[in-house]
Design a protein around this ligand. Sequence first.
Ligand code: SIN
Length: 325
Amino acid sequence: MANSAENVQVIQRGRHLGAEIQGINLTQPVDDLTFKVIKDVFVEHELIVFQDQPITSEQQIGFAKKFGELSVHPFSPNSDETPELIIFDNDADNPPFGTDCWHSDETFRAEPPKATMLHGLIIPEVGGDTMFASMTSAYEGLSDRMKNFISGLECIHDFKPFRALFNNDEKGKADLRYFEDRYPTITHPVVRKHPVSGKPVLFVNPQFSIRIKGMSEVESRNLLDQLFEQAKIPEFQYRHCWDVDTVVIWDNRSTQHYAVHDYFPQRRKLNRVTIKGGKVLPYTDAADTRSVHNNKSPLPDSPKVKHGGHVPKRQLERELEKVKT
Ligand code: SIN
């Protein structure tokens, strides 16, 4: 059956990010009207899951190109024939490299990717999930004072983990210099404005963000460590458990991810394509400096049952103590 906008069904999978789209067959062309629906879901839910999509790598590339021009990763295991295609084929002899760290893809670029798409090909019996965090919610979860404090700050990003790929010999040093010239350290706002939704997004990650501009090393490290913690808060996350032929695309401007490296010695194979993004714009609206409150799990002003029904039961404690003696 041909794809059509009317057949699209959206099922929310995560509280803050993640929706599954059903009624679409990615082995068939996706017309512009249907694609518009998919793109709106992508921005609203930040991550889309398509189940049961036995697509070829050409079909994956074709669908990804509807989101924009593809990019070629300078360090990843790319396909020889189609360099836009990254092949993650890992097992005990070829362990994955560096993806078990919270990150947005390639923020060492002046213009980091808009989106990343993975297609599951060989999935371990147990493990190998990918965790995702909504950095829109992570920002929202900060206190207003903290939002105000980080407003206008900038952070330096670097291809730090990939430096380990260069040998310490003359050739390695020359290769490293080549990549340093091509990808010099780059500054992005700590809080970016999403180019489509206009929402503020916390845009620092432990894989590539190295230093807050203008701060001492200690101040910068402490602040970054604190901000990195936001992605680790389960309330802001969606955990994806892979099946063969599941396709996931995420908004790299508003999310981070972490590949869980718990599947050795099993094999895990996924094909990835990455869609180019644009300049990272700062979010400049200041938060309310007068209030300090916990934004992580906002509660109604006067909840009917305070503390979830917990009360100190002193009398009961005493009675239980008596029974014991
Ligand atoms: C990635 O970081 O792009 C890879 C994610 C994964 O392997 O689950």
